[in-house]
Design a protein around this ligand. Structure first.
Ligand code: ISJ
Length: 177
């Protein structure tokens, strides 16, 4: 079974209060800003890194060891973290279709993605993650007292043949998980 199979958890298993967030196909940033007036993007890292096991196929990495560009941010309401977002793309995609990501800084990725009409989004996929998953551990490095299981969603953005995989992990207490 491919590792990405675990990203096909049925949405009906998610808490009802979380479902509108998990299914938002427009900008999550825009939806969060509408609900949390003190919204901000806090960049944790943006650098060359290894891809996770469940990411390589999605971004069509040819080699297991091939490095990717990884951007990790906390979407915040004041001092409260709401979402841990992890985005990966091949370096060649960063030089081509997704070039503006190289100079985003604290601007939201959504502000670029949803302002670019030629960029297309795949369907969303969902799963719960726990401490066995690298994203749970990465979120835990930035956020204290995480519960054992967190809901996450992911989807691909396409700029021509270039791909960007965005995964968003929803953090309590802002979201019941
Ligand atoms: C994809 C979006 O961008 C959000 C902002 C991100 C960032 O700045 O790195 C990353 C993922 C998203 O949570 C969105 O707003 O929907």
């Amino acid at each position: 079974m491919p590792r990405s199979a675990s990203w096909h958890t049925p949405l009906c298993l998610a808490p009802p209060a979380l479902r509108p967030w998990l299914t938002e196909r427009g900008s999550l940033t825009a939806r969060l800003m509408a609900h949390f007036p003190a919204f901000s993007v806090r960049v944790c890292t943006q650098a060359s890194a290894g891809a996770h096991d469940d990411e390589r196929r999605a971004i069509a990495l040819a080699r297991r060891k091939q490095q990717v560009e990884a951007r990790e941010v906390l979407l915040m309401s004041g001092q409260t973290p709401l979402v841990f977002a992890h985005s990966v793309l091949q370096h060649r995609a960063l030089r081509k279709g997704f070039r503006p990501i190289g100079r985003l800084g604290n601007a939201s990725l959504g502000s670029f993605l949803f302002a670019t009409p030629t960029i297309r989004r795949s369907p969303l996929a969902w799963r719960q993650i726990d401490a066995r998953h690298p994203l749970w551990r990465k979120a835990a490095a930035h956020v204290a007292d995480l519960p054992a299981r967190l809901w996450a969603r992911r989807s691909l953005f396409f700029a021509g043949h270039d791909r960007l995989l965005v995964t968003e992990v929803f953090l309590p207490p802002a979201f019941a998980a």
